[in-house]
Design a protein around this ligand. Sequence first.
Ligand code: SF4
Ligand code: SF4
Length: 357
Amino acid sequence: MSEQVFFIPAHQEEGSQILSQKTEKIFRRLDFTENIDHDSFVALKIHFGEKGNKGYIKPSWLSDTMKVLKERSGRIFFTDTNTLYVGNRSNASDHVLLAHGHGFDERKWGVPVIIADGLIGRNSDDIVIDKPRIHTAKIASLFSDSDVLVCLSHFTGHMLTGFGAAIKNLGMGCASRSGKLDQHSDVHPRVNPKYCDLCQTCFDYCPEEAISEKQGTAFIDSEQCIGCGECLVVCPRGAVKMTWDDDKIRVQEKMAEYAFAVNKVYEGKIVCINFLIHITKDCDCMCKGVPPFMEDIGILASKDPVALDQASADLIDEQSGKDILRIKNDVDWTVQLKHAEDIGLGNRNYRLVKCEL
Ligand code: SF4
Ligand code: SF4
């Protein structure tokens, strides 16, 4: 069986109004609003973008979709979980302020921002899934308490998982702090002294103070390291590497199993929208504006996160003429899709339905 994935070509230069109309257009094609009652809690899961980031999904692209949802329920809200790394999204207080600064302002949209795992990421529910790598997933409590989920993902490359989109937004993005730790526990970064110039950038970003100077180079204490992967992303000299390719496989498989847990929580009342706009090598946790590595492609939507991510990656490969995602981060990104399909999260076979405004 192949899943339907709706696709509408779009470019950031078209402006917010057109992007908003296009998002609404494919959202309506999903026939999802029948799942929403007047008192349903509707979670719009999104990444608000780290401070200084430019690539995140802008709330103005969602204004028409918000209107459609608000016609069904008065309980629509934006949400995300706190990060493992030290930054402006590692507690709910800073996180909400950052979201407001990036335009997610309830006075303008009538849609509040609620952080899903509480003030410091401790609000977590155990979801038993009994999968090969994860028996019990730790999901932010808000997701168990809400009724339907609209998963809004900015498609980007990613250092650990090759790319991040719907599966990552569900699996990693909906996990509580302990759930994120669970998924990262197999990541074991090391510093190559040949490339390290002791700039100490990674020292500041490490949430566990696991990095210090030793014999003229940065050194990671493996006892303290929680595997969040932040040092890999922020090192300007590419001196931090993971030790085994197995790390990249395990983290992707765990992430897919966590996404399965979120889908279980909602009993399938999930819809996913991917924005292939301003596609960058790294994710929106980067605290700076990063230029895209290819032209914008458009907006895709599906009820199946696996079909959606497969279709998104295929369009990127097709437009670039090569496996650009693998080349950018040296990661076999197919792992997350294959495993997600194997465990029953969704289907890699899809039927692309092209839409027009
Ligand atoms: S050393 Fe470990 S805990 Fe610190 S930033 Fe790197 S991966 Fe995260
Ligand atoms: S960020 Fe990279 S170059 Fe700078 S101290 Fe850390 S490992 Fe060395």
